[in-house]
Ligand binder design. Structure first.
Ligand SMILES: NC(=O)c1ccc[n+]([C@@H]2O[C@H](COP(=O)([O-])OP(=O)(O)OC[C@H]3O[C@@H](n4cnc5c(N)ncnc54)[C@H](OP(=O)(O)O)[C@@H]3O)[C@@H](O)[C@H]2O)c1
Length: 329
């Protein structure tokens, strides 16, 4: 559907996958506020807002057959944004969603002659060790090889990922961190800043055919600094609980034999590996030459600060920023 805007230009149609997710919801609102016509595809469209420029199609994106049938409908799309991500994080779901569903979206985009594809990926794929990271990279490579104009956005940690312990601290519990809480760091980004960055990729030609690591306004922050900041805002004496990250390795080793015969345990073991990854790896640009993470080389974007976000959550709660299955504590 192409609509004529008040200035006489045609509004572009963007196909959005993952519109019901944390970032996808912001992207949907940002696109609508910028006058785009938005066509969302997904299994749960009921939560999406009511807007004259928004059309929700309920479809199983993981089904090659359903998606091929949909491709037969005569629709015109100008661009695609995918904010898909596995809700479960297990091995099979990671490949089904991060790779399979995105592949179906790419096939659809090409059959509908979309001009460009903006993919929300993650900065952690630069140092892949986990199944979902391998699935993300496999799709990134397909997209790059497809010949379609692409922008692959690889953000650092989201604000919400640094908010999982707030309720515990309010209840008087200690801030849990791995080791001394200084061996990892990130430059967190707010959902609105990230959404603006993603939507800008549609028209900013400097971001075409690029892999784009991106962080918030900085500076980078370590876990102990997060804890100290929260205790300061709560006006409480800092209390830390230090957990050795080796705990994940021990649990993984114990689970190894059973993981060979049970897919459920294999998935649980994968979650343990995810825990170990986030306890030991920074969400910053990985400098291959120096073989270390670089805060300075992690590009910064946006205006929203983690301090303001923490103040807001302490005042109004975490509604809208829930961590879901990704919660570690
Ligand atoms: N958390 C972080 O700090 C962080 C940092 C950098 C990058 N990332 C990456 O950013 C991406 C988006 O994150 P997010 O927090 O916005 O994700 P999210 O809230 O979990 O949303 C995921 C989206 O994917 C859809 N989806 C999942 N499985 C599906 C399936 N089988 N069929 C159809 N749709 C499916 C969900 O639809 P339903 O509503 O139907 O489930 C939802 O719209 C992820 O790829 C994540 O890895 C996260």
């Amino acid at each position: 559907m192409t609509e004529i805007k008040s200035d006489g230009s045609q509004s572009q149609t963007v196909l959005l996958a993952g519109a019901t997710g944390y970032i996808g919801k912001y992207v949907c609102e940002t696109l609508l506020s910028r006058g785009f016509h938005v066509l969302t595809l997904g299994r749960a469209t009921s939560k999406a807002q009511d807007h004259h420029n928004l059309e929700n199609i309920s479809i199983d994106i993981c089904s090659d057959k359903k998606m091929a049938e949909f491709a037969q409908t005569s629709r015109q799309i100008d661009a695609v944004i995918s904010c898909l991500g596995s809700r479960v994080g297990g091995r099979r779901d990671a490949w089904a969603v991060e790779f399979g569903a995105n592949q179906n979206i790419l096939t659809l985009a090409r059959s509908m002659a979309a001009k460009n594809f903006v993919l929300l990926s993650a900065i952690c794929v630069q140092k892949p060790k986990l199944e979902f990271q391998f699935a993300k990279i496999a799709f990134e490579n397909q997209l790059i090889a497809s010949g379609m104009t692409y922008s692959i956005v690889r953000p650092t940690a989201y604000f919400k990922s640094l908010a999982g312990q707030i309720e515990n601290l309010k209840a008087g519990k200690a801030f849990v961190m791995f080791g001394k809480g200084v061996s990892t760091a990130c430059k967190p980004i707010s959902p609105q800043d990230l959404s603006d960055y993603i939507c800008d990729c549609l028209e900013n030609t400097e971001r075409y055919d690029k892999v784009l690591p991106i962080g918030g306004p900085g500076p980078s922050i370590t876990p102990i600094e997060q804890g100290e900041m929260l205790f300061r805002f709560l006006d409480k004496k800092p209390k830390f609980s230090r957990v050795p990250s080796a705990i994940f390795r021990i649990i993984s080793t114990m689970m190894a034999p059973l993981a060979l015969i049970s897919e459920k345990i294999s998935d649980l073991r994968e979650f343990v590996h995810i825990g170990h990854y986030y306890a030991t790896e920074s969400m910053l640009f990985w400098d291959v030459t120096a073989q270390q993470y670089s805060s300075d080389k992690t590009p910064e974007y946006g205006r929203d600060s983690l301090e303001d976000f923490y103040h807001e959550v302490l005042k109004s709660g975490l509604e809208g920023h829930e961590l879901g299955d990704h919660k570690l504590f």
